[in-house]
Design a protein around this ligand. Structure first.
Ligand SMILES: Cc1ncc(COP(=O)(O)O)c(C=O)c1O
Length: 460
């Protein structure tokens, strides 16, 4: 290694360690605006710079615009904390520069996916024969699974989608809960399904699909059907009733897909496993690594029981690319891309680091911390906890919609913690998602204090 490389990488390592050490005490919201950052990042293409200067400038410009996602009081959206060991594995991924497309060209990158896939199926207790694609996020995981679903239900109807394409294919009905995550609709859009191809099924007050409403909707369907259920509602964390849903889907010969972007990890626990009872009866599952497994972004898994359907939908054929054969798994055969990052290394590192016990205790602890939030906030006058806090999500309404938004703005400005908002069940809510491995009870208490201070200021 040349001395310059050593200097460059050593500088980054020192910076990384200092940045992470400062996480607990940092202001938990970006101080720069997007417009300011666009201006600061503007490039003069007539200029070049040394490697050290490039990295120093990058840090200097980006720092004020960085969200504190790795910090312990970041409760916005559903974001994992990018564990340092996962990050180190991710650095190695970049250092090694492997293109994870093919098992012959990059055996380590391919083999680490094979081993991690087996461990994921064991941890999540899903059918061990399932195939797993390593994708960017749950959005692409659901897209991949639904592509397999589309191929399978048409195959069963005697239609060869891969040969004939969508034009002329028998119509497919998509049945899903009316509060399915927005990215499910993105996946459907990419696959050629529009709003009119979907049947939306009523949900209960926690956002979980009503099995009776699903049964009624299925009675009206004809031809191939794909049912999409959810393990972990974005606002409430609710799980759909999978045992009944799977029974109904099976009775109609439908493919059942489950979006478990974060909720699927409840399966790895003893405390919350029962929430996902029956989800192993589905045909495909999407789940993120970069949420509850704490891998760095981008990392998610498209899991499909019917390997042949998965291959039909995704396999890339070329004479120079050896395809999956027997036990030899070509990574590109299970994802929408050919050339890509070797995502398996970070996943392997996180499973090796935490093991089942580590993952289970982290998920259980996060759920207990979410309950702590709900208990401490829920007793305050004017504060309403809108969901059953069965998992790690808390939806909070403060007085009125305007007051809720004002509380969120004040909490963000305080920098004490970070929360964001949404609209749910006709009301503005503050969304609290506990997904960072470093969050402690003290972090929850400090955040509650910041929220109640903001609420008392807003109330006047
Ligand atoms: C239930 C659910 N599905 C899908 C997604 C999309 O995941 P990603 O952003 O990793 O693509 C999310 C993200 O929060 C989610 O909560």
């Amino acid at each position: 290694m040349s001395a310059d490389y050593e200097k460059l990488f050593a500088e980054i390592a020192t910076y990384a360690a200092r940045r992470r050490a400062a996480d607990p005490s940092r202001h938990h919201a970006p101080t720069a605006t997007y417009a300011g950052q666009v201006s600061d990042f503007r490039l003069d293409v007539s200029q070049s710079a040394s490697p050290e200067q490039v990295i120093r400038e990058l840090i200097e410009i980006a720092e004020p615009g960085l969200a504190a996602i790795t910090a312990p009081r970041f409760f916005g959206w559903v974001m994992g904390g990018s564990n340092p060991t996962g990050v180190a594995a991710d650095w190695l991924t970049s250092i090694w520069g492997q293109n994870a497309g093919n098992h012959m060209a990059t055996p380590a990158a391919a083999a680490v996916e094979t081993a991690s896939a087996a461990a994921l199926l064991e941890l999540l207790d899903l059918p061990r024969e399932s195939s797993v694609g390593f994708v960017t996020g749950a959005t692409m995981a659901s897209f991949t699974c639904l592509a397999a679903a589309r191929s399978a239900v048409l195959h069963r109807a005697g239609y060869d989608l891969e040969a004939n394409g969508m034009a002329g294919a028998p119509p497919i009905t998509i049945v899903l809960g009316e509060e399915a995550h927005s990215t499910i609709f993105s996946g459907l859009k990419y696959l050629g399904f529009g709003e009119r191809n979907t049947v939306k099924v009523a949900v209960n007050r926690n956002g979980a699909m009503e099995a009776g409403a699903l049964a009624a909707a299925m009675q009206k369907t004809q031809g191939p059907v794909i049912v999409i259920a959810q393990a972990g509602h974005i606002n409430s964390g609710a799980f759909d009733p999978f045992v009944e849903i799977a029974r109904i889907a099976r009775a109609y010969g439908a493919w059942l897909h489950i979006d478990g972007a974060f909720g699927l990890w409840a399966r790895a626990t003893t405390t919350h496993r029962a929430l996902g009872e029956g989800l192993e009866l589905a045909d495909s599952w999407s789940v993120d690594g970069h949420k509850w497994l704490q891998t760095p972004y981008d990392s998610a898994y498209a899991i499909v029981r019917d390997r042949q359907a998965h291959l039909r939908a995704m396999q890339i054929a070329a004479s120079y690319l050896p395809a999956s054969a027997g036990a030899d798994r070509a990574p590109a055969d299970y994802v929408p891309e050919l050339s890509r990052r070797a995502r398996g290394f970070a996943t392997w590192a996180m499973i090796r680091l935490l093991g089942r016990e580590g993952i289970a205790s982290m998920v259980s602890r996060h759920c207990a911390l979410a309950r702590r939030f709900a208990q401490k906030l829920g007793v305050e006058p004017g504060v309403e906890i809108m969901n059953d806090v069965a998992l790690n999500q808390v939806a909070v309404h403060f007085g009125s919609d305007a007051q809720t938004q004002a509380v969120i703005a004040r909490v963000q400005a305080s920098g004490e913690c970070f929360v964001a908002g949404a609209n749910w069940r006709g009301k503005a809510i503050m969304r609290i998602s506990v997904t960072n491995e470093n969050t402690t009870e003290a972090d929850v208490d400090r955040s509650v204090a910041a929220m109640l201070k903001a609420w008392s200021e807003v109330r006047g």
